[in-house]
Ligand binder design. Structure first.
Ligand code: GRF
Length: 208
């Protein structure tokens, strides 16, 4: 029997360490899925080289001057749809997707947020959590993997989350490193759960 493997499109804007974790997990059988395409909103970022090393198609969709968000998202939609993904993973994708885009992938877009649910939305969440810990009122932050149903920033049904401690002796670097280590693990585990549910749904469909 042919085993169905969900198709993942991964959207990035920068370093791509989470993309790397996904690629490695697929290669080593820890994530039973295939990365069929990577879309970067920026030229020349390390994430692109990571995809190329794994022989995954990469398309750069960089915004052009004076382009509206609607026009940009239309171009993005064409590219992402072209990969026919089952799941779209936002792994450090630094743009807010419009409802027009998201409606095309209902319950299929997954975001990784470097904070606990409902906390520190937007950019620099790790730095802000660390600054708050030095002001003596935060002892931990966390990470969240959630669905993206609409334009809300870092909100949506939570698939998984985990507390990450901030120790008194931490530097921003050591805390950031701990956050990324935990992100890589939680993201892969959560995607694997999602993919297994997806495969189970396909099997039910194929016999009904
Ligand atoms: C991660 O911290 C993720 O939570 C946030 O952007 C960062 C991307 O890191 N959304 P990388 O590009 O995967 O290394």
């Amino acid at each position: 029997m042919k085993v169905f493997r969900p198709r993942l499109a991964v959207m990035v804007s920068g370093n791509g360490s989470n993309l790397q974790a996904i690629l490695d997990a697929c290669e080593h059988g820890l994530l039973r899925a295939d990365v069929v395409g990577v879309v970067s909103s920026k030229e020349g970022v390390p994430a692109i080289a990571r995809a190329e090393r794994s022989k995954v198609s990469v398309v750069v969709v960089a915004p052009v001057p004076n382009e509206t968000r609607a026009a940009y998202d239309l171009r993005l939609l064409e590219v992402v749809k072209g990969f026919s993904p089952d799941i779209v993973v936002l792994a450090g994708f630094m743009r807010i997707l419009s409802n027009n885009f998201l409606q095309q992938f209902p319950s299929q877009v997954v975001n990784l947020h470097p904070a606990l649910p409902g906390e520190l939305p937007g950019t620099h969440s790790i730095e802000r959590a660390f600054a708050e810990s030095r002001d003596n009122w935060r002892t931990h932050s966390g990470i969240t993997v959630h669905l993206v149903p609409n334009e809300g920033v870092d909100t949506g049904p939570v698939l998984a989350s985990e507390v990450v401690p901030i120790h008194a002796h931490d530097t921003l670097e050591s805390f950031t490193e701990r956050m990324h280590e935990r992100e890589h693990i939680l993201l892969v585990q959560t995607l694997n759960d999602l993919c297994q549910n997806f495969v189970a749904g396909q099997e039910i469909d194929s016999v009904s």
